[in-house]
Design a binder for this molecule. Structure first.
Ligand code: FEO
Ligand code: CA
Ligand code: CA
Ligand code: CA
Length: 596
């Protein structure tokens, strides 16, 4: 608006210096307090974390590894008492298990994991639901909260929606095709308008090993998702991760998972109507007519932007009436035109090329092979779609496109305007008529990221953006209660950008548009996940993921094991304590709204 344009930036704080070190840093006048570390007890009976005595049993009662999405679900409408929901995306065994990595003739060698270590990894995946409360201005974990819960790679989860019970999701262990064990690689996510927690299953290919039987009908489907990658050693101990033994199991992963946090014994549901791909996140908004729209990114080079529109309408008066909204709706994939318009193409069996002749005999086939279906529709191949966030204040939608080193000059298009896109960009969408369910919209590039002082990079930050204020590799984002955009990054570092990842405040309106300021930064090796503002804008929760990670890219900081001389031992900085991914609560000293 005019007032905002006249005063420049919508954000009021003193920017910090970009750089690289072993600590976190926040803008002056703010506190950044570690709230939950990997291994912290979540229940009255949880053991204290002891890195030398790790067990799956202990880990199941403790905060998991590599916190990514952070959501807040108020209790009794409070901004100071609620449930924190946190995804635990993946594990870094070289940073978790003492002595796993040794240096042999100058080279790092990682030993095979024991079954116990695999079990710890599986228990460290998934999600956490934990009651938190603000007492005298500081957040505390309520260790005996009745709704506290861990979800892991061993939690029973129901397959729900059009794919449930289909032959392609039946296994030896589950001939019904409805009962999955576990969830993996929960990256970003969301909280629904009815107060459930949604977790996005992203890089599922890494968990599967082995080979499909010859001429298996899933071969093309799995190839499109890079399955199996065999990054994890779980298949050595659990048949379900071995394609030779359970060839249909991968079809039971790659979904959006919904958790009813009000009942700690509820069975989470994989909502198959929302498609199967490398789901980054699932942020939602209620449209004018009451239907609910979820924006979904598929994080891979040359993959797509999606949205899901529920068939039913949100009922604000009756929570129970919303509990199966995600089983019925239309999934769309985006086609960005050169003229700045875009079309949402429906992924509906029988429409256009999505027919039996093309390998889609039912809607279940369309959903299991979402990427293949979207390929046939001619969707726009994007530069790694990550978090996508609708802004309820302005009606605009922000798409984080993190980078794409493999885009060639001849593959450049208006929505992906740079070849070898090392630093990513952000697209802003306005749906037609301000209606989030619309089949068409307009879009423009809000920002091409990277260092604006290097002409070849072609970054488009405003001239008001300082040398600290620019960033690359946008990944997660948040809109605060004031309708302002905050962007967190994944992949910066001493070599890539001369700065660690962090949280940047990005103006979107008025003359200050495309101005960015650095608010918080992470220790070396970490990526910045979260971020999430409480409804009163007085707290920003951020998730510091994989601190100290990184191979040669992090030299001279990187070391392969915490029993070697590691780059950082954040956040404890104790010689007998490993580096620990943690959620941090940022508040203004003396209280008040952030950046106001
Ligand atoms: Fe898990 Fe696309 O980041
Ligand atoms: Ca991400
Ligand atoms: Ca987000
Ligand atoms: Ca990322």
């Amino acid at each position: 608006d005019d007032a905002r344009a006249a005063t420049g930036s919508a954000f009021t704080f003193d920017e910090i210096e970009a750089g690289v070190d072993d600590k976190h840093h926040v803008a002056p006048g703010y506190d950044a307090d570690v709230l939950l570390r990997w291994g912290d007890p979540l229940f009255a009976d949880s053991p204290e974390f002891d890195p030398t005595k790790q067990s799956a049993q202990a880990q199941e009662r403790q905060f998991g590894y590599n916190n990514d999405y952070v959501g807040y679900i108020p209790l009794d409408g409070s901004a100071e008492h609620g449930l924190l929901v946190v995804n635990h995306e993946y594990t870094n065994p070289h940073l978790m298990f003492p002595g796993l990595v040794t240096i042999v003739e100058g080279e790092a060698k990682q030993a095979p994991l024991s079954k116990e270590q695999v079990d710890v990894e599986m228990a460290a995946h998934g999600g956490t639901v934990v009651e938190i409360r603000k007492v005298s201005g500081k957040w505390q974990v309520v260790r005996d909260g009745k709704l506290n819960r861990r979800i892991t790679s061993n939690t029973e989860i129901a397959l729900s929606g059009p794919v449930a019970g289909h032959d392609r999701v039946k296994t030896n262990a589950d001939p019904t095709g409805t009962k999955v064990i576990g969830t993996v690689n929960n990256c970003a996510g969301g909280v629904t308008p009815w107060g459930t927690y949604v977790m996005a299953e992203e890089n599922i290919h890494g968990y599967f090993s082995g080979e499909l039987p010859a001429d298996h009908p899933e071969a093309a489907n799995y190839k499109r998702l890079g399955i199996p990658e065999g990054a994890y050693e779980w298949a050595a101990h659990y048949d379900r991760f071995d394609l030779g033994k359970e060839p249909n199991e991968p079809n039971r992963f790659g979904w959006i998972v919904e958790v009813d946090v009000n009942d700690p014994n509820s069975v989470p549901k994989k909502r198959t109507a929302m498609g199967r791909f490398k789901h980054e996140g699932a942020e939602s908004i209620v449209a004018k007519d009451g239907r609910v729209v979820f924006y979904l990114g598929d994080d891979e080079r040359f993959d797509y932007v999606y949205k899901f529109v529920t068939t039913g309408k949100f009922n604000a008066e009756d929570r129970a009436a919303n509990m199966d909204l995600l089983d019925d709706g239309t999934l769309y994939v985006a086609k960005f035109a050169e003229d700045g318009t875009l079309e949402w193409l429906p992924l509906v069996h029988g429409q256009g090329p999505l027919t039996a002749e093309n390998g889609f005999a039912s809607q279940a086939d369309v959903l299991i092979g979402t990427r293949l279906a979207a390929d046939l529709l001619g969707a726009t191949k994007m530069d790694r779609p990550e978090d996508i966030q609708p802004n309820p204040t302005t009606g605009k939608v922000y798409v984080m496109l993190t980078n794409n080193s493999k885009r060639k000059a001849e593959q450049v298009d208006a929505a992906n305007p740079r070849a070898e896109n090392a630093f990513g960009h952000i697209i802003e969408i306005v749906e037609d008529g301000g209606d989030f369910t619309a089949a068409k919209g307009k879009w423009e590039v809000l920002l091409k990221c990277g260092d604006p002082s290097v002409a070849e990079v072609g970054a488009t930050f405003s001239t008001a953006t300082t040398a600290n204020g620019w960033f690359g590799m946008p990944d997660n984002c948040a809109i605060d209660a004031a309708g302002r955009l905050w962007v967190s990054t994944d992949g910066q570092g001493p070599k890539a950008t001369g700065r660690t990842d962090g949280l940047w405040a990005v103006d979107t309106e008025g003359e200050a548009r495309a101005t960015s300021k650095l608010f918080f930064r992470v220790p070396i090796g970490a990526e910045m996940c979260g971020p999430l503002f409480t409804p009163d804008d007085q707290t920003a929760f951020v998730a510091v993921q994989h601190p100290a990670d990184g191979g040669e890219d992090w030299e001279p900081f990187g070391r392969p094991s915490y029993y070697e001389d590691l780059s950082t031992r954040w956040p404890d900085f104790k010689p007998d304590m490993p580096v620990r991914p943690s959620v941090v609560a940022i508040t203004k000293q003396g209280g008040g709204k952030i950046a106001v």
